[in-house]
Design a protein around this ligand. Structure first.
Ligand code: SRM
Ligand code: SF4
Length: 565
């Protein structure tokens, strides 16, 4: 295999990476140029430092008409491995989002925080203050390994201690080492001109594209392990870690107009011992570094390499790099998938409380002040925080006697406990989309809550409230809320219109399929009513909605409901 097709030109971003001198580029110069935005070249390099330039899309038309510049600001994304942070760090994010951001804090689908709306003049201070609580933004975005996920179950014991240790070892081994970040944002010492700034894994050109890892514990797929470039499933015997099954080539992103782009569920590749994990992960990332597509960014994710070279070639190459042969993957079985919400015993005499945060947005609104409630709880009880991959948050290390006061605080500010939230809402997710996301085609986070209310009504009328199915909405086909691996995916196709996907499963073990295209949002509750009525009549005992759709099959369902695509 050749490393690149020599007759094809490298993509423009490859050249920018080389010219950036390990991610320095013109960032410092542009920070001081008095403009309210960065140039296109610098925007690409800034992504590696954990930020995106955005503009308020609600204001675009009016500002254009008035001859004004777009309302530019930055979205800053931290990297919080496993979503684990202290209350002190939480309070820092809370304060920064109030002072420099748009007064909201967003828990992402990858267990970290985003602060939206930070003006260019304030990003340096914001990043400095994030680092003050020992959290970085380097690796939040860009062509490198992104925030690594770990099942947020707040259990204490040898297994979880080992998983956490491996998580941090992975992060350490796979993170960028450039000193540019400290130099630019933390006024670190400058590297003398010509002095090497070593990047042992990434070299000058980093990876062809973003690369995502997740660690699940067998039986519990809350991290959506199949949606990751490298999925890692821990096998256990009680509290003893036996090793890991590695899965490769998961990814959601696709393009409506390019049929050769697609979502892919990761494929089981091999089993590794705990001692082999870190070297295997480094070797896997290095194969994508060396062989991934650097000419066409639409095809540069790892999943396309896996499909190009095939699993046998890939495994052989991995074994060659590791100098050892690898065992077959172990059988995987997921059924305990949980969002880890509600009260749960940690196993050390203390308790954790998972709190539902609608679409991850921590915000104060009239009659609902979750931001204030969490601030009070963090200040008073100082729990450890675990952010979840379903955009929620778990307060850990609580004492039994704290329960009453915590529940009273939540109630005072209008925050519901898990048992007061319907299953339809609880298992739903939306990406941010409008007005911050530059790629959004349709509404998502702003549209889903009302849509959920309508679906809740349908479900109640059919007496199906106890059923569990996931609803995941995105404003475009990139798949940030993983809509292709849930029971019901709603993918923005045009303003107010969505492609409807069905026949995934609640445990996130396989992709769903497109059922109907370009459905106006107001028709979605009616469409789901028809399907749920059919489900109610024809399901087998205990069958879940997604499994029912998969058993009947998309084509039969389409025929049954007169849908032609
Ligand atoms: Fe994403 C791009 C938000 C998880 C696939 N994603 C974006 C950008 C940065 C838009 C942009 O490039 O200008 C979005 C910023 C919106 C905003 O205003 O905040 C954005 N993605 C998000 C978040 C915040 C969604 C959320 O609801 O939480 C998630 C942040 C994760 C994090 O903390 O790192 C987020 N994005 C995902 C996921 C889910 C996951 O990783 O588990 C996916 C699908 C999995 C995958 O990567 O295949 C995902 N985002 C994309 C893609 C498509 C990538 C592709 O392979 O084609 C893009 C566009 C791109 O990279 O070109 C994208
Ligand atoms: Fe933006 Fe699309 Fe991701 Fe939603 S799915 S945040 S619209 S890129």
């Amino acid at each position: 295999m050749s490393e690149q097709d020599v007759d094809q030109q490298l993509s423009k971003i490859e050249g920018l990476k080389v010219a950036s001198r390990q991610l320095r580029g013109d960032i410092v110069k542009e920070l001081k140029n008095g403009k309210i935005y960065f140039t296109e070249e610098t925007i690409q390099i800034l992504k590696f430092h954990g930020m995106y330039q955005q503009d308020d899309r609600d204001l675009r038309a009016a500002r254009r008409k008035a001859g004004e510049e777009k309302a530019y600001s930055m979205m800053i994304r931290a990297r919080i491995p496993g979503g684990i942070l202290s209350s002190q760090a939480y309070l820092q994010f809370d304060r920064l989002s109030q002072t420099y951001g748009n007064q909201t804090l967003r828990v992402t689908t990858r267990q970290t925080f985003q602060i939206h709306g930070v003006l260019k003049e304030n990003i340096k201070q914001t990043i400095k203050e994030i680092n003050d609580v020992m959290i970085t933004t380097l690796g939040g975005c860009g062509d490198q390994v992104r925030n690594t996920l770990l099942c947020p179950f707040p259990h204490h014991g040898p297994l979880h201690d080992q998983l956490k240790e491996h998580l941090y070892q992975l992060v350490d081994a796979l993170s960028a080492k450039t000193k540019a970040y400290h130099e630019i944002w933390l006024d670190g010492e400058k590297i003398a001109f010509g002095e090497p700034d070593e990047e042992p894994l990434y070299g000058q050109t980093y990876l062809p594209r973003k690369f995502k890892l997740a660690i699940a514990i067998e039986g519990d797929n809350c991290v959506d392990v199949y949606a990751n470039d490298l999925g890692i499933v821990a096998h256990r015997d009680g509290d003893t870690l036996l090793g890991y099954t590695l899965l490769v080539g998961g990814g959601m992103g696709r393009n409506h107009t390019k049929a050769d782009t697609y979502a892919r569920a990761a494929s089981p590749l091999c089993f590794v011992t705990p001692e082999q994990l870190i070297d295997a992960a480094i070797a896997i990332v290095s194969i994508q570094r060396d062989h991934g597509n650097r000419t066409d960014r639409q095809h540069s994710r790892f999943k396309y390499l896996i499909d190009k070279v095939g699993l046998p070639w890939f495994k052989e190459e991995l074994e060659r790099r590791l100098g050892t042969s690898l065992s077959e993957p172990r059988a995987l079985h997921f059924e305990g998938t949980s969002d880890h919400l509600g009260w749960q015993a940690q196993g050390d005499g203390r308790f954790a409380l998972g709190i539902f945060i609608e679409n991850g947005r921590i915000i104060d609104r009239e009659g609902f002040q979750i931001k204030t409630a969490l601030r009070e709880i963090m200040t008073r009880f100082q729990p450890e925080i675990h952010l979840t991959t379903s955009q929620n948050l778990i307060l850990c290390d609580l004492e039994a006697q704290d329960r009453q006061e915590i529940e009273a605080t939540l109630k005072k500010y209008g925050v519901k406990l898990t048992e007061e939230i319907t299953n339809v809402r609880r298992f739903s997710m939306a990406c941010p989309s409008m007005p911050t996301c530059g790629l959004a085609i349709a509404e998502s986070e702003r549209a889903l809550p009302d849509l959920i209310s309508q679906i809740e009504q349908v479900v109640a009328e059919l007496s199906l409230q106890e059923e569990r199915f996931t609803i995941r909405m995105t404003g475009c086909p990139n798949g940030c809320a993983r809509p292709y691996i849930g029971d019901i995916g709603l993918v923005g196709r045009a303003p107010g219109k969505y492609d409807v996907y069905l026949a995934g499963d609640f445990y996130g073990t396989h992709l769903n399929e497109r059922f109907k295209e370009t459905v106006p949002i107001q028709e979605i509750p009616g469409l789901l009513r028809t399907l749920l009525e059919d489900f109610k009549v024809h399901r087998t005992a205990q069958e879940m909605f997604g499994d029912y759709c998969a058993r009947i099959g998309i084509v039969t369902l389409q025929e049954r409901f007169g849908i032609y695509v």
